[in-house]
Design a protein around this ligand. Structure first.
Ligand code: ZN
Length: 296
């Protein structure tokens, strides 16, 4: 039976959908043939969604992209909020990312600096998903690349810095909480490595923190405005690897729809906006994006 359906799996979008469906079996305890039919159904549906997404994107000339943690997991950076996330497994880790606690408690800052030192992001390199977005930019079709990520893998992949809108800041820079001095993270991490558990600002002695948005910290209004403008001005909004459950990212989707844009979602898990999307792709991101964003 599988051999009968394989050719159709390899030729997505051909033939009527659901021919093998309607057997009434999504029951995992069903007969083997019914289980195969159920899997085939799912694969066919996935192929159909890929086709719809490809069509929606092929006609777009001003694509606003939003990326979340999902695009970086294939580069070895864990999703803090996902099922295997650091915060999910160890809620105490979230304390080091809460602004008020960080500013008050030197012990929390010492832990935070150790966490920064040990971050898998320092060794991470961009993956095919990041590179596909660079390709989209080179086709002249990328309006903005909005990201919830702080790893700068888009910039490392070659995305134009002026097009990247970092909603949650960047872990690759450090900022003084007192005088506002800002600089690259490297030299401060060197001080930690050399034995300073909680390095202070060299200019004023104030508390240093990565230039990321912590819990309890206000977002940068100018950054949010830029993201909103992009959402309103795009012809397709492409959300990649984001649960679309955290503001302001979550609010960009309705804005894009309001502006008349198409909506394509590429994410491993369901999002609150799947119902209003033109296509919802569940194929792993680094595998899906190159095909979705190939030159027209
Ligand atoms: Zn300072």
């Amino acid at each position: 039976m599988l051999f009968d359906v394989l050719p159709r799996l390899l030729a997505p979008g051909k033939g009527p959908r659901g021919r093998l469906g309607g057997m009434g079996s999504h029951d995992p305890a069903g007969e083997p043939a019914e289980q195969v039919a159920s899997v085939v159904d799912e694969v066919e549906e996935a192929a159909g969604e890929m086709d719809r997404a490809r069509r929606a994107l092929a006609g777009a000339t001003r694509v606003a992209v939003l990326t979340g943690a999902g695009i970086s997991t294939d580069s070895g950076i864990p999703d803090f909020r996902g099922p295997e996330g650091v915060w999910t497994r160890n809620p105490a880790a979230e304390r080091t990312s809460t602004l008020a606690v960080y500013l008050e408690d030197p012990e929390v800052r010492r832990q935070a600096w150790q966490n920064r030192l040990a971050s898998p992001a320092w060794d991470a390199t961009p993956n095919a998903g990041h590179r596909a977005l660079v390709a989209l930019e080179r086709q002249g079709r990328l309006l903005a690349l909005i990201t919830q990520n702080i790893d700068e893998l888009h910039q490392l992949a070659g995305s134009d810095r002026s097009l990247v809108i970092e909603l949650h800041g960047t872990m690759r820079r450090v900022v003084c909480w007192r005088c506002g001095a800002e600089g690259p993270m490297g030299p401060t991490l060197e001080r930690v490595r050399a034995g300073d558990p909680d390095p202070a600002c060299l200019r004023c002695g104030g508390i240093l923190k990565s230039a990321t948005i912590s819990f309890g910290q206000a977002l940068d209004p100018a950054t949010v405005s830029r993201a909103e403008e992009a959402a309103l001005g795009c012809d397709v909004f492409l959300a990649v690897g984001s649960s679309l459950s955290v503001y302001p990212a979550a609010g960009l989707v309705p804005l894009a729809k309001e502006g008349g844009a198409g909506l394509v979602i590429v994410n491993g898990e369901p999002t609150p906006y799947d119902d209003i999307a033109d296509a919802v792709v569940r194929v792993p991101i680094s595998a899906a994006l190159p095909g979705l964003l190939a030159a027209r």
